[in-house]
Design a protein around this ligand. Structure first.
Ligand code: FAD
Length: 507
């Protein structure tokens, strides 16, 4: 355990999950105050309380944060329902099995209700889990007030209460980014915050941005019969994905659907209304390209950190475009400059740190921060954290991009191995009549170490976990190629990649 500060006696006690009584150390009200109850804050508070720390978690809006209320949970509920509609409406695919279904009918409101009810269930469960862990929930907006001090402006009355905590974790997450020139009204021009409510189905919707959020909503909208125009400022759609994976994925997820994709164009201005007016200009020349009139616009242009009202200046922290700089133990640094000093007793986790902005990253960071607070040194391993896009079919990745792997190979003087494994050679994918898919595996040809993988195809989000585990253990393809995979399963796509790679490893 790390040393506990001396001071005035304990103010309060609470029960940890193991039945022991948590007591705040010395002059502190709490051992740990977590600001923000999204996945990052939730995991940190629960882990700390379960390890006997006296914990408070501050939440200004809804318990569960973005993921539970406005992100992963409702969007996956919409994708589950609309995915069924897509499947049942795909007459050609069904005819391949000799199945002829009646025209599909769906109720938009019931799909929206399914998402809303799931959000409520998961939010309630999460809140109960926090309470059961022994952590105290403080409803209100938290900010720092110098080292080891937090002020909470309580929800409702606006009363401000000061607290002292031995350690503070900032987990305030992120909000949708709306570029300048784009006006939102929440009804005809909106972000994912409103899109998850599925309040109506526009006949024609423009989606600005072709990252994973834009792609997932394009999947939902096209399955439910909307016409989509996808607007991407960079010079290819899906710019953040592996280029080979993006090529095959775009063919299936964009080109073969009712989607008109425009790359290299900027939505310079968007005005809400009926219709919504979008002025498109060429990204490079800024010359006008076209004015579109559509029924609705979803702005999916990334997310910005929530850090501006935290009074970070009171502890001497300079953010990097709002992101809070942290080291791999999740301790906050004074700035993002090399060699910046760590700030004692201050930690940050989740989207507000800007590192792989995903729910499971936030949760993993929360656990690592608490382990370090408990005096068990741990570092986070970003390379082994997978990412997935839950389109139909899915896209996933883990580890290095091919460009980064090439750079690492040049720097360390090894040869980079790249193999491709195709779903069209997989019995299970063929049985499902869904054999469009590719896995690309990157590895060190000398040592065999797996460096990264990128997958597009049926259940890619599940398939990537096996590779993520191998990356976490820094395993080599020779050993992995000897591990037996169930037949017939999609996991054999990974097995084939490992086998091809093993045969290319020196010696
Ligand atoms: C549409 C969509 C789909 C997504 N799908 C996935 C997915 O499938 N898988 C995945 O891994 N990730 C997904 N994500 C990303 C995921 O939601 C985020 O990475 C995750 O929520 C980050 O967690 P967090 O704890 O850092 O922050 P958040 O979840 O944003 O939570 C931060 C919390 O802090 C609170 N807060 C902020 N400031 C204060 C303050 N001063 N005082 C008190 N409380 C405060 C906020 O109200 C919020 O509740 C999705 C995101 C979106 C938008």
């Amino acid at each position: 355990m790390r040393p506990i500060a001396q001071g005035r006696p304990v103010i309060a006690a609470s029960s940890a999950s193991d039945g022991s009584t948590a007591r705040a150390a010395g002059s502190f009200d709490f051992d740990l105050i977590v600001i923000g109850a999204g996945y990052g804050g939730f995991d940190a508070a629960k882990h700390a309380a379960e390890h006997g720390l006296k914990v408070a978690i501050v939440e200004a809006r809804d318990m569960g944060g973005t993921c539970v209320n406005r992100g992963c949970v409702p969007s996956k509920a919409l994708l589950a329902a609309s995915g069924r509609v897509r499947e049942l409406a795909d007459a050609e695919h069904l005819a391949g099995f000799g199945i002829h279904a009646a025209p599909v009918r769906f109720e938009r409101q019931k799909i929206a209700d399914h998402a809303r009810q799931l959000v409520e269930t998961i939010r309630t469960n999460l809140t109960k889990t926090v309470e059961r862990s022994g952590a105290t929930i403080l409803r209100g907006k938290g900010r720092l007030d110098g080292p080891q001090r937090v002020v909470v402006r309580e929800s409702g009355g606006g009363v401000e209460r000061p607290y002292r905590a031995r350690d503070v974790i900032i987990a305030t997450g992120s909000d949708p980014f709306v570029p300048p020139g784009i006006e939102t009204d929440g009804r005809t021009v909106f972000t994912s915050d409103e899109a998850v409510d599925l309040e109506w189905l526009p006949r024609w919707i423009a989606i600005v941005g072709s990252g994973y959020i834009g792609l997932e909503f394009a999947d939902v909208y096209t399955a439910l019969g909307c016409e989509v125009t996808m607007i991407e400022a960079l010079d290819r759609v899906m710019p953040t994905f592996d280029p080979d994976i993006a090529k095959i994925a775009a063919r299936n997820l964009i080109d073969s659907r009712d989607i008109d994709a425009r790359a290299g164009v900027l939505a310079q201005s968007i005005k809400p209304g009926c219709p919504v007016q979008i002025e498109l200009v060429d990204m490079k020349s800024r010359e006008p390209v076209e004015t579109l009139e559509v029924d609705a616009v979803l702005v999916a242009t990334g997310r910005v950190p929530v850090s501006k009202d935290l009074n970070l200046a009171s502890v001497g922290v300079a953010t990097d475009r709002g992101f809070i700089p942290v080291d791999d133990t999740l301790q906050v640094l004074a700035s993002s400059e090399p060699g910046a000093a760590p700030i004692p007793h201050l930690w940050a986790v989740g989207d507000v740190t800007g590192k792989m902005m995903l729910a499971h990253t936030a949760a993993a960071q929360g656990t690592v921060a608490v382990e370090n607070i408990l005096g068990h040194p741990r570092r986070i391993d970003y390379r082994s954290i997978p990412a997935a896009t839950f389109t139909h079919p899915e896209i996933s990745s883990v580890g290095l991009s091919e460009a980064d792997a090439k750079a690492l190979a040049a720097e360390q003087g090894f040869e980079l191995g790249v193999v491709r494994s195709y779903f069209k050679a997989n019995s299970k994918a063929l049985a499902e009549l869904e054999s469009d898919g590719l896995m690309k595996l990157l590895f060190n040809k000398a040592s065999g170490e797996v460096l990264g993988a990128h997958i597009y195809g049926l259940h890619a989000a599940d398939l990537i976990q096996e590779v993520a585990n191998a990356v976490a253990r820094r395993q080599g393809v020779v050993q992995l190629a000897s591990e037996v995979h169930t037949h017939p399963t999609l996991s054999e796509v990974v097995e084939v990649a490992y086998k091809q790679a093993a045969s290319a490893v020196a010696g």
